[in-house]
Design a protein around this ligand. Structure first.
Ligand code: NZQ
Ligand code: ZN
Length: 394
């Protein structure tokens, strides 16, 4: 087991009706002037936004609203939010929505606390981030795990780069999680969320030589839980217990717990997915499942990797094969079959895409930051291998 820092300072308030506590909670965390950030309007249509405003009013807090965060959110939209937050004198940014809204809120918090610095300079670490504003969350979709993660992802439409920023300043002060708020989700978003939650766990799992027993057991239990409850939720979208399990999996999959003690973390599948999302604007979860099979078939051949893939098959999919190679193949097959069952892409054709060779080359360069980074601890991926993985994902 390697040394690690586990810092998960987010107060989680979980359960029915908890959104009505948002006013008092925001006040407790130092908010008096709240910028409410939301997405394309689902929270307006569901009435949640009105309930949030009523709770802020009841707590005597001033608020201003800023909607329009789109899926795979844009840097320039967050920059607009910074201007709005500064003009209003916001002292707490409240995200009401999913990963795209939360990441926009995190960007606004960083930009507002550092008004003389370009947000992209913070994002690209040209300027170190040393302060931010508090961020609170009312979660409406279980997926990105941003409600507890140290990460935020924005797309720079000028450079065509979708990039994540990892920093402890990205940890939300509180996250309000009422699974009933996810009743209105379309099936596809539930499936994309389940896929993303699986990936956050798997991206920390396939590390050769890993032998952190508790971390493994947490990851495997989380994967079995989200897989089983994904099926239940897609059968009955009012199954509050299943949706609650998925929501809690979302937060724990990406708050650090499933990687504690590992010698490395991967996130190469996310790099592939970000390249796809920025070029074709596909949903994040599905962007990952579309390349996972080709990625796994490549990665499992790395030194020491087969053992991890075989363990994954036995512990997550309850495969009974004694031979590691046979178990590994079965585990990959069952994962891909599950993605098909819940309705996310398992290849580029599933998005209706048939990229040209130049487009594949461009995707490979985006994935590897112009061939400057070496991805995947299980088996190195440069632009050459990235291109082959995209080709195999056709
Ligand atoms: O925008 P609205 O109208 O709210 O609709 C959203 C959006 O269309 C809809 N939705 C959300 N809650 C709903 C709902 N519709 C009906 N009822 C509800 N209760 O769902 C759609 C997707 O929303 P989005 O916020 O984009 O979903 P998600 O949580 O999957 O976030 C994806 C973004 O998070 C980033 C992704 O790259 C992507 O940009 N990620 C952020 C991470 C982080 N900060 O730690 C880690 C992840 O790996 C991920 O990269
Ligand atoms: Zn993700």
């Amino acid at each position: 087991m390697n040394g690690f820092n586990q810092y998960t300072p987010t107060e989680v308030i979980f359960g029915k009706g908890t959104e009505n506590q948002v006013g008092e909670t925001a006040k407790k965390w130092g908010g008096s002037r709240i910028l409410i950030v939301y997405g394309g309007g689902s929270v307006v249509r569901s009435g949640l936004l009105d309930r949030v405003k009523a709770s802020l009013d009841a707590a005597g807090l001033a608020w201003e609203e800023f909607g329009g965060a789109r899926p795979n959110p844009y840097l320039n939209h967050a920059e607009e939010g910074v201007q709005k937050a500064i003009a209003f004198g916001a002292d707490l940014i409240l995200a009401v929505g999913g990963g795209s809204t939360i990441d926009t809120a995190k960007g606004i918090a960083h930009g507002t606390a550092n008004p003389d610095t370009k947000l992209w300079d913070i994002w690209t670490k040209k300027v170190p981030l040393t302060k931010t504003l508090p961020v609170g969350v009312v979660l409406t979709i279980a997926a990105a795990g941003s409600e507890m993660s140290d990460s935020a992802v924005l797309t720079n439409t000028e450079t065509g780069v979708k990039a994540g920023l990892g920093t402890e300043f990205n940890r939300a002060k509180f996250a309000i999680m009422n699974p009933e708020l996810t009743f209105t989700l379309p099936d596809y978003q539930i499936a994309c969320g389940v896929t993303d939650i699986m990936m956050h766990t798997m991206e920390r799992y396939f590390i050769p030589g890993a032998q952190e027993m508790l971390t493994d057991e947490i990851a495997e239990g989380l994967l079995r839980t989200v897989i089983a409850n994904g099926r239940l939720a897609l059968k009955d979208k009012t199954d509050v217990n299943a949706l609650g399990e998925i929501m809690w999996c979302s937060s724990l999959s990406h708050n650090g717990l499933t990687g504690a003690g590992r010698s490395a973390r991967d996130f190469s599948v996310h790099k592939f997915g970000h390249a796809l999302s920025v070029k074709y604007d596909v949903a994040h979860g599905a962007s990952l499942s579309a390349v996972w099979k080709a990625w796994a078939e490549y990665a499992c051949e790395g030194e020491g990797a087969l053992e991890r893939f075989a363990r994954f098959a036995r512990k997550v999919w309850l495969v009974e094969e004694e031979d590691d190679r046979a178990a590994c193949a079965k585990g990959i097959e069952m994962t891909v079959a599950y993605f098909k069952e819940i309705g996310v892409a398992t290849c580029l054709k599933d998005f209706g895409l048939d990229p040209s060779e130049e487009e594949i080359q461009d995707l490979a360069m985006k994935t590897t930051s112009n061939d400057t980074v070496r991805l995947c601890p299980a088996r190195t991926i440069t632009a050459v291998e990235a291109k082959a993985i995209f080709e195999a994902s056709r």
